[in-house]
Design a protein around this ligand. Structure first.
Ligand code: SF4
Length: 366
């Protein structure tokens, strides 16, 4: 397929550190490996049952088959051409399980239990409709990712008082409703325009898992899929995703549950998010984003960086310095006076020096 950019030509500009940490991503980007979702949709499944327990059992069996198959094709992608598309695949099973989970929603760890198929909505404010606020070639993401084919969805499971995308995260009815087929068409168009990856973001993408997975039935371009999430998805959602996503771009903001409750109104943050980072980093390439918050170096920045160094040593880390008081913080600067400023030069230096002392790979992507 003809594309505007030759991603293989860009790879030589990126450091050895980046290329070795993101070896799978670059393999897909340069066409020497298949994107995982293309193999997932070629694993045949026989599943008559509509019982969720049976569906999970078959899913877990077939995931093992997928992993063996991927090992066979990863060094010889031409084998993919000889693999037929089965009438019902592991991807179809993942889609069907996700729609079942929506009937008593547990897509994220709020576990609201509402029937989104019947139009109910939980903490994220979303029913089963998925809306795209914008989609474009994003040049502001981390260097190895640009141009990134970024698709912004509405709604979010967090209520961050400083949210920079509050117009779409707090208003799920923003944007345009999309079907799985329409979402696939958006992704394929971005790929043809030169996207190095398809970047699912928001708001937050976890709440949109059903339509995102279903959209993959309508595309087969060899493009890396990127999950750009607050990482508060449920263990069920993560299980459906880990063999589909090629590169993870998660946020890890808070070093404890108290700060997360105060600033994002979310319970059990550290437990959930650290669990999910651990699992995702074992299954794919990862660039972890840590936003340095003013006054949160000791309680958040240092514990997060320490946890990453001990649990995700291969990860690249983007230590982000762009925090600015937005949304509720700018409306109520007295109430949120502790974070109503930019992080200072000294705070950023302390974050960088601490990352260096832990041997974290952060310079390449910051
Ligand atoms: S996605 Fe999360 S916040 Fe939204 S309804 Fe489901 S469990 Fe609740």
């Amino acid at each position: 397929m003809w594309r505007i950019l030759r991603p293989d030509a860009l790879v030589v500009w990126e450091s050895e550190n980046v290329r070795s940490s993101l070896s799978h991503y670059y393999g897909v980007l340069t066409g020497s490996r298949p994107a995982k979702f293309r193999v997932v949709k070629r694993v045949p499944v026989e599943c008559e049952s509509r019982n969720l327990e049976d569906m999970w059992r078959i899913h877990d069996d077939k995931v093992n088959e997928f992993r063996e198959l991927y090992l066979e094709v990863e060094d010889e992608p031409s084998k993919m051409d000889k693999m037929p598309m089965p009438p019902y695949s592991l991807l179809d099973l993942k889609v069907d399980i996700t729609y079942k989970l929506l009937e008593s929603c547990v897509l994220c760890e709020w576990r609201c239990g509402v029937n989104r198929i019947k139009g109910r909505n939980g903490v994220c404010g979303l029913n089963s409709e998925v809306r795209v606020a914008s989609a474009f070639l994003h040049m502001g993401e981390e260097a190895p990712l640009v141009p990134s084919g970024t698709i912004f969805f509405t709604g979010c499971s967090f209520k961050c008082v400083f949210c920079q995308n509050w117009d779409i995260s707090t208003n799920p009815s923003n944007g345009t409703s999309v079907t799985p087929k329409e979402l696939a068409a958006i992704a394929v168009k971005l790929y043809k325009e030169g996207a190095r990856n398809i970047n699912y973001v928001g708001g937050n993408p976890d709440q949109q898992l059903h339509v995102i997975l279903a959209s993959l039935r309508y595309m087969d371009s060899n493009v890396p899929l990127l999950w750009n999430s607050n990482m508060y998805m449920s263990s069920e959602s993560l299980k459906l995703l880990v063999d589909v996503i090629d590169i993870w771009l998660p946020d890890f903001k808070y070093g404890n549950n108290r700060c997360a409750m105060y600033l994002s109104k979310v319970p059990n943050y550290f437990d959930v998010v650290s669990r999910n980072h651990s699992i995702a980093s074992r299954h794919g390439d990862i660039i972890i984003r840590h936003l340095v918050l003013p006054g949160h170096i000791e309680c958040c920045t240092k514990p997060v960086l320490k946890w990453i160094s001990e649990n995700c040593p291969r990860a690249l880390v983007n230590i982000m310095d762009q925090y600015r008081p937005e949304h509720l913080v700018s409306l109520y600067p007295v109430k949120f006076k502790d974070i109503a400023r930019r992080p200072s030069v000294e705070e950023l230096r302390e974050a960088h020096e601490y990352a260096d002392s832990l041997g974290i790979k952060w310079k390449e992507v910051s």
